[in-house]
Design a protein around this ligand. Structure first.
Ligand SMILES: [Zn+2]
Length: 280
């Protein structure tokens, strides 16, 4: 799974695989002014449990390798449009950070700020969240040039972080919710996401799930929840159009071309969901 990786995937529009150079990623079909995608494991420089395209500095990988992987991604995403990648300190909360200042020093400092969603209406800022089982979301306003990335674990979902991000896009940037496109990347599927009964009880209190089929299953081995159907129900309740919620539907735990925190017993790399508005 080096740079010459032979990864092949059958994907439906708006997703396609780009593994020509650098980290392989699921490219999202967007308007020409926007770039967006979800990186996978193949096509990077990291070794051991972080092989190959680990995107996180916080998991024990060598900084030099992460820098190399991120740089290679910037090259394929259009480095000339995006001088750097902006990430925050993800804490499984529901705080959204709006990024409008393009000063490189200030952007670098955001890596220390606690937030699980990043929003912008400024060209030249590439936003990212890192995941390895949690659900990454990319949001793009079609009529207004705005973009967001969201890190959704079950705790963030419990705090409705996706809805909080939508509300913030509407409030800050006057996005029309019916034009908002939401893309859901690889995450642990309901096939594999076993949880305690207390997690199911948490979500039972969410009225948006009343009448929603299959958001959890009880099997002989225990309870399983479906992050995607819970997320879908929350977003539709927030006004996102059903046809504008796009799901790649790849389980990170089932596929070794993804990092999976559970499968790899916590010692693993991170995928990156990224979105940016290009400078013209
Ligand atoms: Zn699975």
């Amino acid at each position: 799974m080096g740079c010459e990786n032979g990864l092949k995937l059958k994907l439906k529009y708006p997703f396609s695989l780009d593994n020509q150079s650098g980290p392989a990623y699921l490219k999202v079909a967007t308007p020409p002014s926007v770039t967006a995608g979800f990186t996978l494991r193949p096509g990077g420089s990291s070794c051991g449990p972080f092989a190959f395209a680990n995107m996180s500095f916080q998991v024990g990988d060598q900084d030099e390798m992460v820098t190399r992987n991120r740089r290679a991604l910037l090259q394929s995403a259009g480095a000339n449009f995006f001088p750097s990648l902006v990430t925050a300190r993800q804490v499984h909360g529901n705080r959204c950070l709006t990024v409008t200042d393009r000063d490189p020093e200030k952007l670098a400092q955001l890596a220390q700020i606690e937030a699980d969603a990043l929003l912008t209406d400024q060209p030249g800022i590439l936003l990212g969240v890192m995941t390895a089982d949690c659900l990454p979301l990319i949001m793009i306003g079609r009529n207004r040039r705005v973009a967001a990335v969201v890190h959704v674990g079950w705790r963030g979902l419990e705090q409705s972080i996706g809805t909080v991000a939508v509300t913030e896009l509407l409030r800050r940037f006057a996005v029309e919710v019916e034009t908002l496109q939401v893309y859901a990347g690889p995450a642990i599927g309901s096939c594999c996401f076993q949880v305690g009964s207390e997690v199911v009880d948490c979500f039972r209190r969410h009225s948006v799930l009343d009448g929603v089929e299959g958001w959890y299953q009880e099997r002989p081995s225990g309870y399983y929840i479906d992050l995607l159907s819970i997320q879908r129900a929350q977003l539709l309740a927030a006004g996102v159009a059903k046809e504008n919620f796009h799901v790649v539907d790849i389980c990170t735990h089932c596929h070794d071309f993804c990092f999976s925190y559970r499968r790899d017993h916590a010692i693993t790399g991170r995928q990156l969901a990224f979105v940016g508005i290009k400078t013209t």
